[in-house]
Design a protein around this ligand. Structure first.
Ligand SMILES: NC(=O)c1ccc[n+]([C@@H]2O[C@H](COP(=O)([O-])OP(=O)(O)OC[C@H]3O[C@@H](n4cnc5c(N)ncnc54)[C@H](OP(=O)(O)O)[C@@H]3O)[C@@H](O)[C@H]2O)c1
Length: 307
């Protein structure tokens, strides 16, 4: 099987395109997908560098990538909701690291999968699952964002942040995003009512009034500063800094969830959720895709296309 893979941890140079990867196993509740597009997320770089060794068992060769869109090629005998030929998208975080999403064929437990929204291209649908679910689970399920809430989203121009602004707006919130000036128009296009410049001093001092909820994507001083401006500390979520627990807030780690993915698809088809593709790379250029994400200045999402 063809795909990207590495046999040791390291920088982008460990990534190889190979034709000799083993055919993936297909368990009873697993769907085998022919991959069309896979999102590139900061966690792919962290795994490639070996930073998650203490968190999951790893087995080489490792194919990078945790989300994708594709077409069902084969279904295990216990699969009921998907059939060969269905167009789907998925966030495929397993209990160990080996079978990633930047390969021709990807085995996906059915709990990680939903039908692809009709309005999104394969590239857009492949870029949405991990970052979109992170934003949705933090805002809708943990922060319980609702009508009229003032919500601060830091790092609003990145993959998670851009989805978070749109999702919070769809939930009825008044959204304040943080971004550098070059990205203010981009974040306003997502529906943010206000955009603050993160390089122009503490965000807390720039806010005109307290907020009801904080979605922190930066951590450190930014988190500590934003926390001073929230009415109820239990309505702070961070996805990057566990110090949020000491502040009385919640640390969120995105989980695979078919129902939540369907909800993202519904929002996309209803025109509430756009997927901005900063750049799409063919599989052969996956190292360049990783390098671009590592730079830390991507606006929207980076994807690797396989078909
Ligand atoms: N816990 C979880 O489940 C989970 C899930 C997903 C992601 N994450 C983590 O969340 C973080 C964000 O992920 P992502 O995919 O959204 O990242 P990303 O797309 O790579 O973020 C890039 C964006 O961040 C902006 N940025 C950088 N520093 C900033 C700052 N101090 N304030 C405001 N904006 C800033 C950049 O704009 P400029 O060009 O202006 O700098 C750029 O637009 C990563 O650390 C990732 O590992 C955690």
């Amino acid at each position: 099987m063809k795909g990207a893979a590495y046999d040791r941890f390291g920088d982008e140079s460990v990534l190889q395109i190979r034709d000799d990867l083993p055919e993936p196993p297909v368990g009873p509740d697993v769907v085998l997908l022919r991959a069309h597009a896979a999102g590139v997320n900061p966690v792919d770089l962290a795994i490639r560098e070996g930073y998650l060794v203490g968190a999951y068992p790893h087995h080489f060769p490792i194919t990078p990538g945790w989300d994708l869109s594709g077409v069902v090629e084969q279904v295990g005998p216990a699969v009921v909701d998907f059939a060969v030929g269905d167009e789907v998208f998925a966030y495929v975080r397993r209990d160990d690291v080996q079978w990633g999403t930047t390969a021709e064929l990807v085995p996906v437990p059915q709990r990680c999968l939903a039908h692809k929204p009709q309005s999104l291209s394969f590239a857009e649908a492949g870029a949405l699952p991990l970052a979109g679910l992170t934003a949705y689970q933090a805002l809708a399920e943990v922060l319980d964002v609702g009508e009229g809430d003032r919500v601060l989203v830091t790092r609003a121009s990145g993959g998670v942040g851009f989805f978070a602004v749109q999702i919070a707006v769809a939930l009825g919130a008044h959204v304040i995003g943080t971004a550098s000036p070059k990205n203010h128009g981009f974040v306003r296009d997502a529906g943010a009512a206000e955009v603050l410049d993160y390089s122009a001093g503490p965000i807390g001092e720039q806010l005109g009034a307290p907020v009801d909820a904080v979605f922190d994507l930066v951590g450190g001083e930014t988190l500590a500063d934003a926390a001073k401006q929230v009415r109820d500390p239990s309505r702070i979520v961070s996805i990057v800094d566990t110090a949020v627990l000491d502040l009385g807030g919640r640390y969120v780690f995105v989980r695979p969830d078919s129902h939540d993915l369907e909800e993202l698809g519904r929002m996309a088809d209803a025109g509430q959720l756009r997927v901005p593709i900063a750049k799409a790379f063919p599989l052969e250029q996956i190292a360049d895709a990783h390098r671009l994400v590592a730079g830390g200045h991507v606006r929207g999402k980076v994807v690797v296309t396989l078909l």
